[in-house]
Design a protein around this ligand. Sequence first.
Ligand SMILES: [Mn+2]
Length: 278
Amino acid sequence: MSNYAIGDIQGCYGEFIELLQKIEFDPEEDKLWLVGDLVNRGPNSLETLDYIFNIKESCNVVLGNHDLHLISVSKKLRSTQESDTLDDLLKNKNLTKYINWLKSLPFVHQEIINTVRGKINFFMSHAGLPPHWSLKKASLISEELSLNLKENTEFYLSNIYGNLPSGDNEAISEEDKLKVNTNYLTRMRFCNDKAELNLQEKGGLDTKIKGFKPWFCYKRKFEEKNTQIIFGHWASLRGETGNQKFIATDTGCVWGYELTAIELETGKRFTVRKKENE
Ligand SMILES: [Mn+2]
């Protein structure tokens, strides 16, 4: 039995299936940790989502910004963008079934696993864990966001889009808190020492922006012993953070690079190259 963290699939169905073959994935035995952004931009969002839906008991999945976008578009709360590749899904007869499942997913997942290096507490969210949050706080925020997504869907999805306020220090209203907390868990890359986000910059580790660093480069406010943070969302990192505590899984398959699975028990990486002509 193994646990595998897999980076942003974004509708790259062919590569996803090839990767599952490479790791000899057995849905009866193994567990997939999917960091979100299951759909969009890639060629086969419908096939990808349908496949994952059918093995959902063997998956821990957290929501990414593209998954939230799909829900918003399906509810006619946002319009599709030129680069979206969601048409097949939006026309599919099972759309409601998929959307109801997506709405039930959390923003974070946490579990202790026996690894070759002893017991490790793995925490997963799409974008990561802000440097000033405890694991407990992230879980509570995730529960609050999920409850809003499920019960106040229209209110929630109508209020989470936008880059301001940039940090929770400036979020006063309920709407602003939902927005900034959603941004922390699904869109964060660079922040400053007040944990204010720069959501425009998408460059890699060597990007220089005055006053900003990758969120995982700050001294953390809370001690997280024997914990590793699994995240996706940041393709230009190409799987490198320079710190084994932070596991970057998005290796940019949809942008022409690779899809990656990391076996949590051993830390072993498996990759599949983006297929040509798809
Ligand atoms: Mn993303």
